[in-house]
Design a protein around this ligand. Sequence first.
Ligand SMILES: [Zn+2]
Length: 353
Amino acid sequence: MHSRKIIIFLSTAIFFLLSVPFSVHADEAIINASNLNVRSGPGTDYESIGRIDTGQAFTVLEQKNEWVKIDLGDETGWVALEFVTLTESQSNGAEEESEVNTDMNTITIQQDNTQLRDGPSTDNAIVHFADKGTEFDVISATNNWYEVANDNVTGFVLKGLVEDSKKTNPNSNIWKNKTIVIDAGHGGRDVGAIGASETYEKDIAYLTAQELEKELLALGANVLLTRKEDEFISLASRITYSNVLDTDAFLSIHYNSTPEFPNVSGIETFYYTGSGEKLAENIQQGIIEESGERDRGVHEGDLYVIRQNLKPSVLLELGFISNPEKEAKLQTQSYQQQLVHGIMQGLGQHFVE
Ligand SMILES: [Zn+2]
């Protein structure tokens, strides 16, 4: 008797657990491919019933293997999972504003015909199609949606479809499944170059590595640091992760010094093989655009960590610590963030090309 009561109690408890809060959640699918076929069933054997375009968002009704069933208004259709990004959202339109944005950021629309809706859900009606490049003020934000306005229109837009004013690439799908190895140069007894007021290259390189790690993790990338503290590690062990993992980019971070010429400044990027050249060009361009520093260019360099690296790899010389003005600037978080945003711009560009 006793055990039967327990079973009844447990099944009642499980029933309540299952029935309470989950019904309000639904996934959104953001389309990542242009002219994507929508099919009548979950597979390429099913006929195409139409096409949809990059940047459009739909409510997900069901997921089966590698296919997603989406709500197309009057009808439903299936699209291949590999061409969509799924985000979780609440479908009842009454999402609480958990992260109200009070400092009026602006966002920029990334795709033509981006849908603005009259509420924070794909069940809400479309009120406007915004053109690529249009800017809006952010009025409020939920986990997945911004409420935005400009002189012409007010509406809600999915966060994944816009870029915020910080200029990090919000298109989180390009960062998902990307593995980036960050190598903070030098460490431990190897202090690297010594700055005008005796700062060590190893310390500034580590600052940059940490800031970059934080930004990449926030966007969903996998990140590995070759050293996690101020320790000496061999050149050979710096490339181990990169070579054994499915690494998309290896970035070795350094700072330069020419003590006899304290006015020298600028940023340069080295690569060793073809696979690193495009990466180097993209990152160098991103950093120069973001920092406004002197462009010392992209060069082929016979340097161990990029020469022995089997993956796309670059070595960044992010400035001269022998220049007193730059040395001071490099120790501020705001300038480190500027450099990191430049690196992110370049990496993002590299991944979409
Ligand atoms: Zn160095």
